[in-house]
Design a protein around this ligand. Structure first.
Ligand SMILES: Nc1nc2c(c(=O)[nH]1)N[C@H]1C(S)=C(S)[C@@H](COP(=O)(O)OP(=O)(O)OC[C@H]3O[C@@H](n4cnc5c(=O)[nH]c(N)nc54)[C@H](O)[C@@H]3O)O[C@H]1N2
Ligand SMILES: Nc1nc2c(c(=O)[nH]1)N[C@H]1C(S)=C(S)[C@@H](COP(=O)(O)OP(=O)(O)OC[C@H]3O[C@@H](n4cnc5c(=O)[nH]c(N)nc54)[C@H](O)[C@@H]3O)O[C@H]1N2
Ligand code: SF4
Ligand SMILES: [Mo]
Length: 671
């Protein structure tokens, strides 16, 4: 018998909510992971997927990787033998050192993302890669890079959004290209309910949040630029442009205003499909303010992604919805809003080689090149999530490519590795979480011993550094020391014990007004709406009313946003989650199904120039005509070897080599 315990911790998944959790252990040793009732956002509930997975596959010793593995079969086959840590690390170290000496650190590629968003397991391994001069596959290129760069060019930064607490001063909330009901379930359930202000959702899909909103602007995908300009037309026609604000804090409006005359609501309707009257109503509600604009990550994943972000990003500036309580915009809130020094965290000064980063859109091509000698993957699952899936997998099968994968599970990516190194889960070590929606500091506390011989990412890289003969102290700083430094940076005086007791604290304590000082970190110090800096990155000087051409013939636009039951590809191996996913794998409007002779529940074939996959059809009139919805990231189902990214050609957006995954066209036919 042991004594019963309750450990307070935080879910570190890539999710707006960052829920507080309790890990309860009974005196009989039974463990359950539940929501923490004291958590200000989630109020004691976990989402369905985490509730299943944290009490399922994530704690299932048989499903988890428990020892270092060395490949004995062909690449991709998934046959391995167990080896000791010493044996694995000695061989990897020797091979990486040989590659560095012969070909330079840049011939080693590393891919990582937000498998865990805690600061130690999520970021500290960058110290190792900076030191060896590895080539980073820029993580944001597979997700939200175009949006970040567009906002940086306009507002000087993209990671200082509105403070969510200022919603009590809001008179209108606009949610553009986000799906809170799925990707932020507790924000949807609780935060959105804090306001009586009208809620406007701009999304091609009538998801739960859109259905519950006061106004749903159901535009055709890829027409965001045209819709934003039609809204601006209405705001201008109503005399609601905030000219004093534009004069004081922006530059470039003179290059935008002349475009507005042509962007009438009627033209907007003809391009976007949103009724003109609704465009007018939404524009006036937003312009009266104070208004919050939540810019989701969904709408910049299009060929006009950078322009779409710029066009939508005009709204707060043109209507003066910046720098006052209850107004502003949010893309993501970065850790630097809570004082964290990224240079310290990543030891960026160790990076002397400065190998240029590669886009995920170019990953398959880069892996094909003989000059690429090694690949290390950690915190992501590229064989499932990245584009050009067939091509990528055949590149991963290269015999002469050394692949090392750090993982909790035997993922599709891990199957190609020469060495798989078992990572400990967030339930098994101390760490710090800085949520990207709410301005909080949250604890991640060890609630149980690591599974088998697994180790936290940062410890694996400490050991690998030692095996490689590296000596810089930054590579060996202990977790305790890093955590203490981070908390000190964030809130002087805060220590881990205090945070562990509280679980989550809001910080700064009083809500911040976004850009209250109008201190924009652009070259001009003003919000830059148009100008040369955009031309320098390949965009036109001024944003415009962009709209993508619609698919030709009988093809449909395929959207593959977040699934309610998966967190990217995580949980796709949990039997109970697989059961939930069986209901539908691809969704079509009943009219589109009828036109193709497709019955609900039947198997349908999605195909385009680069691939084809077969999925089970469900019908839904939440999906507009002309669109097919197939959520991202499911693991290839039993019997299938690919997922939706088999159809993803890796087309780039107009900015920052970022993805355009919502601009894919496919044919849908009976299987
Ligand atoms: N078709 C399509 N594709 C998409 C998208 C889309 O919209 N449509 N969305 C894109 C987006 S937004 C993103 S962010 C990417 C996400 O794609 P990925 O970054 O590949 O994310 P996951 O698939 O969740 O992979 C995270 C992995 O990290 C592992 N992991 C969790 N915790 C730890 C840990 O502590 N240590 C280690 N070593 N591993 C850990 C998990 O087991 C999981 O396998 O996918 C992109 N792909
Ligand atoms: N349950 C769950 N939650 C998640 C994730 C998950 O996989 N599952 N993934 C996490 C990650 S990595 C991310 S990046 C976030 C993303 O979370 P969000 O910011 O909500 O983004 P997405 O879910 O990718 O897409 C949001 C919406 O964009 C819409 N959209 C697609 N094309 C267009 C368009 O052309 N214009 C407009 N206006 N809208 C469009 C889609 O229909 C979708 O409803 O979610 C995180 N949370
Ligand atoms: S994935 Fe999101 S909603 Fe689910 S428990 Fe984690 S933070 Fe909460
Ligand atoms: Mo993402």
């Amino acid at each position: 018998m042991q004594s019963a315990s309750i450990i307070r911790t935080t879910c570190p998944r890539d999710c707006y909510d960052s829920c507080g959790l309790l890990v309860k252990t009974s005196s009989a040793g039974e463990v359950s992971v539940v929501g923490d009732p004291s958590h200000a956002l989630a109020h004691g509930a976990l989402c369905g997927k985490c509730s299943i997975a944290y009490n399922g596959v994530w704690r299932d010793a048989k499903a988890r990787l428990s020892t270092p593995l060395k490949r004995v079969g062909a690449k991709g086959e998934g046959r391995f033998e167990a080896v000791t840590w010493d044996e694995a690390l000695a061989d990897i170290a020797q091979r990486l050192n040989t590659i560095r000496a012969k070909n330079g650190g840049g011939s080693i590629l590393q891919t990582h993302y937000t498998g865990t968003c805690s600061l130690l397991a999520g970021v500290v391994p960058m110290r190792f890669f900076n030191r060896i001069g590895a080539t980073e596959v820029d993580p944001d290129t597979v997700c939200n890079k175009a949006g970040h760069v567009a906002l940086q060019l306009m507002y000087g930064e993209s990671m200082r959004g509105f403070d969510t607490r200022t919603i009590d001063g809001t008179k209108c909330l606009m949610i553009w290209g986000a799906n809170p009901a799925t990707s932020a379930p507790h924000v949807d359930e609780h935060w959105l309910k804090q306001t009586k202000a009208p809620i406007i959702v701009v999304d091609p899909i009538r998801h739960k949040t859109a259905a519950a909103a006061d106004m749903h602007l159901q535009l055709y995908p890829g027409t965001d630029g045209a819709l934003a300009f039609a809204l601006l037309h209405v705001i201008a026609a109503a005399g609601r442009i905030d000219r004093a604000f534009l004069k004081a804090h922006t530059q470039g409006w003179d290059e935008i205003e002349p475009q507005l005359a042509a962007c009438t609501p009627a033209v907007g309707e003809s391009i976007t499909g949103v009724p003109a009257a609704l465009i007018e109503k939404a524009a006036l509600a937003y312009a009266s303010g104070p208004s919050l604009l939540w810019m989701g990550q969904g709408f910049q994943r299009q060929t006009y992604g950078g322009n779409a972000m710029r066009a939508v990003g005009l709204l707060p500036a043109a209507s003066g919805n910046i720098g006052k309580y209850g107004a502003g915009f949010l893309y993501l809130n970065g850790w630097d809003t809570r004082g964290v020094d990224a240079g310290y965290l990543t030891a960026s000064h160790l990076n002397t080689e400065q190998s240029p980063a590669v886009s995920h859109m170019d990953l398959a091509a880069r892996l094909e090149q003989p000059a690429t000698k090694a690949l290390v993957t950690w915190n992501n699952n590229i064989a499932v999530s990245s584009p050009e899936q067939r091509r990528l997998r055949s590149a991963l099968a290269r015999e002469d490519l050394l692949q090392v994968t750090l993982e909790l599970f035997a993922t599709d990516t891990a199957k190609y590795a020469d060495y798989v190194l078992p990572a400990a889960s967030f339930l098994e070590f101390d760490d710090v979480v800085m949520p990207y929606f709410n301005s909080c500091i949250s604890v991640q506390a060890a609630a149980m011993p690591p599974t088998g011989q697994s180790l936290p990412n940062q410890e694996i890289f400490r050991r690998l550094s030692k095996a490689m003969g590296l000596t810089e102290p930054e590579l060996f700083e202990s977790d305790t020391s890093i955590i203490a430094t981070l908390l000190q940076q964030a809130k002087p005086g805060l220590d881990f014990a205090t945070l562990a007791k509280a679980g989550t604290i809001f910080y700064p304590e009083t809500p911040a007004v976004q850009f209250a000082e109008h201190n924009y970190k652009t070259a001009s110090g003003k919000i830059e709406l148009a100008g040369q800096s955009f031309v320098d990155v390949g965009l036109p000087r001024a944003p415009f009313a962009s709209s993508e051409p619609r698919p030709e013939g009988r093809e449909l636009r395929m959207l593959s946003p977040a699934s309610k039951w998966l967190l990217n590809s995580s949980y796709g191996n949990d039997p109970k989650i697989i059961k939930q996913l069986e209901a539908g794998e691809v969704y079509l409007h009943p009219d589109e199904a009828k036109a193709r002779g497709l019955a609900s529940g039947s198997k349908v074939r999605l195909s385009n120039a680069i691939g084809d996959i077969t999925l089970r059809l469900a019908l839904s009139d939440d999906v507009p005509r002309g669109v097919v919805l197939a959520h991202k990231s499911r693991w290839p189902m039993p019997g299938a070897s690919e997922n939706i990214n088999a159809l993803n050609p890796g087309t780039k957006a107009d900015l920052a080599d970022s993805c355009a995954v919502h601009s894919i066209n496919v044919a849908v036919a009976p299987a």
